[in-house]
Design a protein around this ligand. Structure first.
Ligand code: SDX
Length: 393
């Protein structure tokens, strides 16, 4: 117990809960999905195989994988009425606002059998949400740039299909290279879950009221949007671009961060749990280098990122506070090289995190002993205030 109540009650009265989905050791820099090390999954598993591991608890065999792939393909299109929603958004609508609104709207438009009562129905609803989150993201980009929305192709794997829907046009299909497909797949695997982070805790909290899957995931999208959470990957690029464009040198920017009056954070640095290094940042740093080399791309932001990292890691302001690069510090370099626009970066994080959110929603919903999350507070307001008529106020 924690002195207040047993852990089984989740956030009922404490700030922690039980979960069997993802394990993190912040001191050792360990991250495992259902016990499988992230390093193995990032290098050797597809995003969809990783999603099945997180959602259903084990890596799929060939038959399970083919069955789930079929469900994804069958459920990747949007109901005709849903497409009308895109026309209702202003062209400058932030893609995260479109994504959360459309996922919530899915509850009304998705096939009735996805309002599931059994495991098969849940399996199809999970496939539908994974497939449609990707379709909605690509469609919001196409609507934003005024191009026709591209339908998913039924012969492409998940990551390649997303790139097709993003970058193909009616008269020319986008051809993905193996390096780009591998880099995007790895990006999605590395973002697939991360224990009780802000957005996942939001999904669990909403799930604890027995709200439906779509309502919970839509809430998670909104929590992820914040610049201290999923919005940080956009913040990193904006920071590096400011340095590239001469507003500051890396050293000057670091000094600006150290001057607390600036209120500026070093974006992509720090983590509540990882106190030495974020294993995902290590993998993404290597992937960024090898991908740009393989594609013969030179991105000045990558060189600037390394300079900032070296300056921060040799400065005891950061090392004394145990601040190291997190998942967001290098991920934007990869997305830029793929050609994803910056305002879609947090949407990419959301696409990656969707299987984790689905798994956590299911874990809370399946637990019949689960009580509604109801954190308590330390009250700091007035003790007792007398009501007075307006004339006397
Ligand atoms: C993600 O929880 C998850 O797992 C999240 C995530 C996931 O996969 O879901 O890993 C994804 O959100 C990664 C984090 C992305 N955000 C950023 O990169 C934004 C910059 N980082 C900081 O805002 C901060 O480090 C957080 C939000 C990530 C963590 O915040 P904490 O745990 O509340 O850290 P803190 O504020 O307690 O920091 C302790 C000290 C403070 O200084 P003092 O008051 O002790 O003097 O470190 C300072 C902070 O001011 N600090 C920073 C800093 N992060 C913390 N100072 C400068 N730059 C930073 N980035």
């Amino acid at each position: 117990t924690t002195g207040l109540i047993t852990l089984d009650d989740g956030y009922a009265n404490t700030g922690s809960c039980r979960s069997a989905i993802t394990f993190i050791d912040g001191e050792q820099g360990i991250l495992r999905y259902r016990g499988v090390p992230i390093e193995d999954l990032a290098e050797r598993s597809s995003f969809i195989e990783t999603a099945e591991l997180l959602i259903f608890g084990e890596l799929p065999d060939t038959e399970q994988r083919d069955d789930f792939r079929h469900l994804l393909t069958e459920n990747s299109w949007l109901h005709r009425d849903m497409r009308d929603h895109f026309d209702a958004f202003p062209t400058n609508a932030h893609p995260m606002s479109i994504l959360s609104a459309m996922i919530s709207a899915l509850q009304s438009h998705d096939l009735p059998e996805h309002h599931f009562t059994d495991e098969n129905g849940f399996r199809e609803a999970a496939a539908s949400l994974l497939a449609k989150t990707r379709t909605i993201a690509a469609a919001s980009y196409k609507s934003h740039i005024g191009q026709p929305i591209m339908y998913p192709r039924y012969d492409l794997p998940y990551a390649e299909n997303f790139l097709h829907m993003m970058f193909s046009v009616p008269y020319r299909d986008y051809e993905t290279t193996p390096e780009v497909a591998h880099a995007l797949n790895m990006f999605l695997v590395l973002h697939a879950d991360h224990e009780q982070n802000c957005s996942t805790s939001t999904v669990r909290m909403v799930a604890s009221s027995r709200a439906n899957l779509y309502a919970s995931i839509s809430s998670g999208v909104n929590a992820l949007w914040g610049p201290l959470h999923g919005g940080a990957n956009m913040g990193v690029i904006e920071m590096l671009e400011q340095i590239r464009d001469g507003s500051w040198t890396p050293r000057q920017y670091i000094d600006r961060v150290k001057d607390r009056r600036s209120g500026v954070k070093l974006m992509g640095f720090g983590h509540r749990v990882y106190r030495n290094f974020d294993p995902r940042a290590r993998i993404l740093k290597e992937a960024a280098h090898s991908m740009l080399d393989a594609m013969h791309i030179t991105d000045p932001l990558l060189d600037i990122a390394r300079e900032v990292e070296q300056a921060a890691l040799s400065d005891d302001y950061f090392t004394s506070r145990r601040l190291y690069p997190n998942v967001d510090f290098y991920s934007g370099i990869i997305l830029r090289a793929i050609g994803i626009p910056v305002d879609m970066f947090t949407v990419m994080f959301a696409i990656g995190r969707t299987p984790g959110w689905i798994a956590h929603w299911k874990e809370v919903s399946d637990n019949q002993r689960q009580r509604i999350y109801r954190p308590r507070q330390i009250y700091t307001g007035e003790n007792l205030s007398e009501w007075r008529p307006r004339a006397e106020r």
